[in-house]
Design a protein around this ligand. Structure first.
Ligand code: SF4
Length: 492
């Protein structure tokens, strides 16, 4: 296999991270003279959605240009030379945090291919739950895959489609896939954005001057000074070309199943998603938590950064002072030390440190967004107690996370999730807190603007809490299908 011209620098594992991870962020822009530079900025704003790799493909009216690299956007798109190598008024970009496909440059999006109708670049956020089945069927038809990314499935389905034009071909391909996706694609004439019929992952439309923008979150519009136009609707396909913007509804309507975890943790607090400001929703969750599980205490302390808005809401509702009793070091980078076991044992102090005078002698309410494996919670509670807290009460702004996600979020196997093998009392003892409470489903749904959870037809996807998977899990249910690329498994 030909070696990649780019250095493969997979980030070191975060030694103090016990979260689900968003898989990807997407961005697309057309009719802008600085398309690639704006795409780099948009990807920078979406960096929280994927830190493993980033890529941009542009089109200059004659040909496509591509730059894809392992690592952060700021490390790879920070030079004028790179941006100058991506000319044109149309570009799409992608931040990657992989769950499907291994860590290799060939899996970094956008993927690009030449078709009968010309070139097409494509990038998506999500996960196709029948990608293995489709891949197997495509291989049996003679398709040759060059990556292990499920995004390539789209490319082959588009290639073999009999559709009369590119929109019909993309539609034809999308009708064959199951799962969650928000995708952006680009041909020589068109910028295309699509959300899956259930609208699991976010995708928004923005505008600045004559330029249209598609992005995973509104924070990517803010950074380039674009105005938010609207969310792309679940199942909607947007096509922007020289004639303007066209909206299509190529799928039969199905219930909206937006990922409720986007509100709790994945999206950036300054983004507006599904008509809600994320920061406000997280404060609402804190308010609901305080109503449901009040405890007498002296101080409310967030586990930073993700626990901050909920802790603020909790403190305001409970009338208890809010303090930054734990400080997070934002500069725990990918390169400064090797993750030896000795370093791993230092654990949480690499990223978090106790702000002792706000903890000593205090009854502390510790607010975090979720408990995944529980490893970080144990260390943080130890740290808070060591700083002199007399009581530690933990409040979690999500229900217990007991199930894996199959819709584009990097999650451990269910058996590794603390809540899948312990009840709340066992979790409390293991983490070492005086009390432990999670927000209820109804309170969480109230915080997002509903009256409560409709248990007959939940208004969101909440499968990692409830185990009720709203979209078909074809590959999981049909058992593993063999991958074709055994010869190409080396890291590129
Ligand atoms: Fe979001 Fe959880 Fe549903 Fe995955 S399973 S889409 S993380 S709510």
């Amino acid at each position: 296999m030909q070696k990649s011209p780019f250095p493969a620098i997979p980030p070191l594992p975060d030694m103090d991270d016990d979260h689900f991870h968003d898989e990807c962020g997407v961005f697309g822009i057309c009719r802008h003279v600085d398309a690639a530079a704006h795409t780099a900025l948009g990807l920078h704003a979406l960096q929280h959605r994927g830190q493993e790799a980033a890529g941009i493909v542009s089109y200059d009216g004659r040909q496509f240009h591509s730059h894809r690299a392992m690592g952060h956007v700021g490390d790879n798109f920070n030079s004028g030379d790179v941006i100058a190598g991506l000319p044109g008024e149309m570009a799409i970009g992608h931040n990657r945090y992989s769950t499907t496909g291994d860590t290799a440059i060939r899996n970094v999006q956008p993927l690009f291919a030449e078709f009968r109708f010309g070139g097409l670049a494509i990038a998506h956020n999500g996960n196709l739950t029948n990608a293995r089945s489709l891949r197997k069927a495509l291989i049996n038809r003679g398709c040759i895959f060059q990556s292990t990314s499920d995004t390539e499935t789209f490319i082959h389905l588009i290639a073999i489609s009999d559709g009369a034009n590119v929109v019909e071909r993309v539609t034809d391909a999308l009708r064959q896939v199951d799962g969650a996706y928000s995708l952006v694609a680009m041909t020589r004439e068109k910028l295309i954005g699509v959300r899956d019929p259930h609208g699991v992952r976010p995708l928004v439309l923005g505008k600045t001057g004559d330029a249209y923008i598609l992005a995973s979150e509104t924070c990517a519009l803010d950074i380039i000074g674009a105005e938010f136009v609207r969310d792309i609707a679940p199942g909607e396909m947007i096509v922007i070309d020289k004639d303007g913007m066209h909206s299509y509804s190529p799928f039969a309507p199905v219930p909206n199943k937006f990922c409720i975890f986007e509100f709790i943790y994945f999206a950036r607090p300054d983004s507006n998603v599904e008509g809600k400001n994320i920061y406000q929703v997280r404060k609402n969750i804190g308010v609901e938590l305080a109503r449901e599980s009040h405890v007498d205490a002296d101080v409310v302390v967030p586990v930073p950064d993700s626990g901050v808005p909920a802790a603020l809401g909790y403190a305001q509702q409970a009338g208890i002072p809010f303090e930054l009793g734990i400080i997070r070091n934002h500069y725990v980078g990918r390169t400064f030390i090797e993750p030896t076991q000795q370093i791993r044992n230092l654990g949480v102090r690499l990223k978090h440190n106790a702000n002792g005078r706000y903890l000593e002698g205090k009854r502390v309410v510790l607010v975090d967004d979720s408990i995944v494996r529980g490893t970080t919670s144990v260390k943080i509670v130890d740290m808070v107690r060591a700083a002199g807290a007399t009581e530690v009460h933990m409040r979690i702004s999500s229900p217990p996370t007991a199930h894996s996600c199959y819709y584009g979020i990097d999650t451990p196997e269910s058996k590794e999730l603390m809540a899948s093998c312990m009840d709340i009392e066992e979790m409390r003892k293991t983490i070492g807190v005086d009390s432990l409470a999670f927000i209820s489903f109804d309170a969480l749904y109230r915080a997002v603007g509903k009256e409560g959870r409709n248990n007959d037809a939940p208004q969101f996807c909440d499968a990692c809490f409830s185990g009720e998977y709203p979209l078909r899990l074809t590959d999981r249910d049909d058992g593993p299908a063999p991958l074709q690329l055994s010869l190409l498994r080396e890291r590129g």
